[in-house]
Design a protein around this ligand. Structure first.
Ligand SMILES: [Zn+2]
Length: 921
């Protein structure tokens, strides 16, 4: 599943902590599932036939059958054709329990529910165009009674029947077996009236692959279809179908091309082919997450399918490409080999994110893709690791699994997989992948199984590496250097540490692949001569100029020989491990690396490090009422970035982007959001004043002539030109406003239009309101574009933004029930507008707390994600902390709060049962 960027009866029962150490195999296994799904006005009736047997793994114990079921009305239950009497079973909230069952039997249940009242968007629910499902993690129990856990794998056949005009498309996983008018003949046995209703139709699907229930999907909707074909490299022809809401077919072409591209890539890079006759994607407007990899029937948030030059930005196109690939890649990493339990979520997510990152690296500029991944990791995962929700990549416990679709499981999980590839080399990693599939195809397995495959395929010991799965927190790697000119040796002393996290006071040393280069005075990499014992086996360094140091202990010395002069060390090249690397660089060493490091990532990194240093100095100066200093060397280096922009415009645009206000807050002991904002603006304005002519020149020079294309080259030029525009606009004078407004009116694609609108949304001029109302008028019928309109206002740094955001909740286009819309306003404000969310008077906290409470009544998943904005409340001053505590307590004390929000708020306040859970290691 791709996270998105969310019941009716509320759960009042005390939240239950689920622990990894308590795992036991299921008492029963389910061999096959047949579902008859009858969709009627205001209800769905699901008749399920399950072939069940006791699990031999439980050693013959005679246990009752316990099935999960949520918000279902049980109409009947029978075993081997005999209807059960009321005393033979118990259906209570959450379960159907049958005390006495044979060793192997057929269970039939008939249950009813109303998908149109399902605002949680889990299970079967209504979206604009019809009914769709979302079953990961625990949605299938809202469709029928089942043992709803990933280690119960069954084959499924599904017969859907619904009104033909309202639901012309009836889809489910696998292959279409039969379809027809009226109702299927097998349903006539019941003999009730209206069975041959000519207004209805039906379709029967069968999925030949056994799968866990979370991969189940069905759709009954009114959708338009784009079709294509793909011939696999073994010569099998597959039908590709992309279903979109009516009127959106002209926005579907790019996603189809992306699908074909990533299918070929997976064959080329991992030797993995599509195993189905048809592969379907359905895109819908109401979706809690980004997209879902249901076997053969992916269901997507429209945000990650629809793209057209005038209505989608380059970044939107990139997102479509990446998420289509992510879900497709799951067909092997997630579906063919799945997770034993939800603690193993990163087994499929970390691995699949790594795969989509590698795909993006091949399709776009690899250094730029890497910079964006690391920026996201630092903005989202590092704060998570330092806050109340800190957990290991494989968590030890949870209350609500939906709260653990986190940056740690996904993004840090991907970094862990990347480290295998760094340690084992590309070929070694591929050997490990091949063995993983050979051993585990068709199974539900663990992160340890993956690690064992990597170790066994390469004959290496990865025991200590396993700590990346069990220990939370971001390791800090402190490096110091000593040069001995007489012996021409250069020694790096490396120490590692990791701060305590909830439930884990002390950490053991990690295995850290530390990629290092030595840069000489002329800016060239020195050849590396080091004892091979200092390096990981099998590591190929960059033409002998990058070494991957094997950091495995708390403190180690690494001695480089034949070093003719004192070098500047280039550390953690390519961000070779998810750690914070610290080295006491001088300003001039950093500008040296900015200019010369052969590792593009570290050239960018050196500029960011220097910018952070200047900005934190600026924060101090602002608080002391003194002048903020911008060293000339830094300003000149940034000037060269603009002048040399044509070498790699996308990379230059990344270098011009200053560290985010949120990340700067993380760099302080007590964060001061106002001073951070002022310092950042001052630095931007200082550079804009100094280089205004250059920025204006770059804005004109990098314009992309001809029709729009989202390719990396054109997108890179637009990124640089729009970065230049944002610098000029930071001046916010009559000329800059006129420039942005003219650009807004002339823009022929959404990338340029949004860049200009963002500048204007932060401008005090009259052009602001004009542009915003023009934009809304033009795009009011395109939901994804209207989301942008809400977001650009919610993230403005202008005074009065909170009042504006509050007023927007009353706007006709605002809809709290639609996750994309809620996120475009509320989540954008809470997570991407630190200046106003962390307002000193507590107004931002109060408003978001009210919104969390209101949203939780509709959709707990989306609400708990919003509540996560409070994670780092203890990072601020006493006054802000008092306001945040009050806001959190107001949420906690709300009647009928969901388990989702209760867990997040409980952890933030330090009262959650998880916080006392001890580490396993
Ligand atoms: Zn996923």
């Amino acid at each position: 599943m791709q996270r998105g960027p969310f019941h009716f009866p509320m759960r009042d029962a005390p939240a239950q902590v689920i622990n990894l150490k308590d795992y036991t195999p299921p008492a029963f296994l389910i061999e096959s599932v047949a579902l008859d799904v009858d969709i009627q006005p205001a209800q769905a009736i699901v008749h399920a036939t399950l072939k069940i047997a006791r699990n031999p793994a439980r050693g013959g114990a005679i246990e009752p059958l316990v099935l999960d079921g949520e918000d279902l009305e049980l109409l009947s239950a029978s075993i081997d054709g005999r209807k059960l009497a009321p005393g033979e079973y118990r259906a209570d909230e959450g379960h159907l329990t049958i005390a006495k069952v044979p060793d192997s039997f057929t269970l039939e249940t008939v249950a009813r529910f109303d998908p149109w009242k399902n605002t949680k968007l889990e299970g079967l629910y209504a979206t604009k165009s019809g009914l769709v499902t979302q079953c990961e993690a625990e949605g299938f129990r809202r469709i029928t009674y089942f043992i709803d856990r990933p280690d119960v794998m069954a084959t499924y056949s599904v017969t859907l029947c619904a009104d033909k005009a309202q639901f012309p498309r009836l889809l489910a996983n696998g292959n279409l077996l039969a379809s027809g008018e009226g109702e299927p003949a097998s349903w006539f046995a019941a003999g009730s009236e209206g069975r041959a209703d000519g207004r209805r139709h039906w379709a029967r699907w069968q999925d030949p692959f056994p799968k866990p229930s979370y991969l189940f999907a069905m759709v009954a909707a009114n959708l338009e279809l784009l079709e294509d074909h793909f011939t696999t490299r073994s010569g099998k022809k597959a039908l590709l179908q992309l279903y979109v809401e009516p009127g959106k077919l002209d926005q579907a072409g790019f996603a189809m091309q992306a699908l074909k591209k990533c299918m070929r890539w997976d064959e080329d890079v991992f030797g993995l082919e599509l195993d189905l006759e048809r592969f379907m994607i359905v895109a819908v407007s109401d979706f809690n997450a980004g997209a879902m990899e249901n076997k053969g029937l992916n269901i997507f948030n429209t945000k990650y399918i629809l793209a057209r030059a005038d209505s989608a930005t380059d970044y939107d196109y990139f997102g479509v490409d990446k998420v289509v690939a992510h879900e497709y890649f799951h067909n092997w990493t997630g579906n063919r080999v799945t997770c034993r339990d939800w603690f193993q979520l990163s087994l499929k997510e970390g691995l699949t994110v790594y795969r989509d990152q590698e795909y993006s690296g091949d399709e776009y500029s690899r250094p730029v893709v890497r910079i964006q991944e690391v920026r996201d990791l630092r903005n989202r995962q590092f704060p998570e690791d330092a806050g109340p929700m800190a957990h290991a990549v494989r968590p030890e416990s949870y209350v609500e699994i939906n709260n653990f679709y986190t940056s740690t499981v996904y993004d840090k999980g991907a970094e862990v997989v990347r480290m295998y590839a760094t340690l084992l080399g590309k070929e070694g990693f591929r050997r490990g992948m091949d063995l993983y599939f050979k051993r585990h195809d068709g199974q539900a397995v663990t992160c340890d199984d993956f690690r064992a495959a990597m170790a066994d395929a390469n004959g290496v010991d990865l025991e200590q590496f396993g700590r990346w799965y069990s220990q939370a927190g971001t390791p800090v790697v402190d490096v110091s250097a000593k040069y001995d000119g007489t012996n021409e040796t250069y020694t790096l002393t490396v120490t590692q540490s990791c701060a305590p996290t909830p439930g884990q006071a002390a950490k053991k040393p990690f295995v850290i692949p530390l990629a290092v280069g030595l840069v000489d005075l002329d800016g060239h990499d020195l050849p590396i001569n080091i004892d091979s014992a200092s390096l990981f086996d099998g590591v190929r360094s960059n033409g002998g100029r990058t070494a991957v140091l094997a950091v495995t202990q708390e403190r180690q010395d690494f001695v480089f020989h034949q070093v003719p002069e004192q070098p500047v060390p280039s550390l953690l090249r390519g961000f070779s491990a998810p750690v914070q690397a610290k080295f006491d660089y001088t300003d001039s060493e950093l500008t040296h690396l900015m200019a010369y490091d052969s590792d593009a990532f570290n050239r960018w990194e050196a500029g960011q490090a220097l910018a952070i240093r200047i900005l934190l100095g600026g924060v101090k100066a602002i608080r002391a009422g003194t002048q903020m200093e911008v060293p000339l060397a830094f300003a000149e280096a940034m000037g060269r970035v603009i002048s040399d922009g044509s070498r790699d415009p996308a990379f230059a645009a990344e270098c011009l982007q200053m560290p985010s206000e949120g990340y700067l807050a993380e760099c302080m002991d007590v964060a001061d959001p106002e001073a951070i904002h002022i310092a950042r603006m001052r630095l931007v304005r200082e550079l804009a004043t100094r280089y205004r002519t250059r920025f204006e020149g770059a804005f004109r020079h990098f314009a992309v002539p001809g029709p729009y294309s989202p390719d990396a080259h054109a997108a890179g030029r637009r990124a640089l030109r729009n970065a230049a525009l944002s610098y000029v606009s930071a001046m916010d004078d009559a000329t800059s406003r006129a420039l942005a407004f003219l650009e807004y009116r002339r823009a022929e694609n959404m990338t340029d239009a949004m860049a200009a609108l963002t500048c204007l949304a932060n401008s005090a001029g009259a052009e602001r309101e004009r542009a915003l109302s023009m934009f809304y008028e033009k795009w009011k019928d395109e939901a994804l574009v209207v989301d942008k309109w809400f977001r650009v206002q919610a993230t403005s740094w202008l005074p009065g933004t909170l009042d504006r955001a509050k007023a927007l909740t009353k706007h006709a286009a605002f809809d709290l029930k639609n996750p994309n819309r809620a996120r475009s306003l509320l989540h954008s404000f809470a997570t991407d507008n630190p200046l106003h969310f962390h307002a000193g008077d507590g107004s931002g906290y109060r408003w978001i707390a009210e919104q969390v409470i209101e949203l939780d009544r509709l959709n707990p998943q989306v609400a708990s994600r919003l509540a996560r904005a409070f994670d780092r409340w203890k990072k601020y001053d006493e006054g802000r902390m008092a306001h945040a505590r009050k806001a959190l307590e107001s949420i906690r004390d709300t009647q009928g709060l969901s388990g989702n929000v209760a867990e997040v708020v409980g952890r933030a306040l330090g009262t959650d049962p998880n916080s006392s859970v001890k580490a396993a290691e």
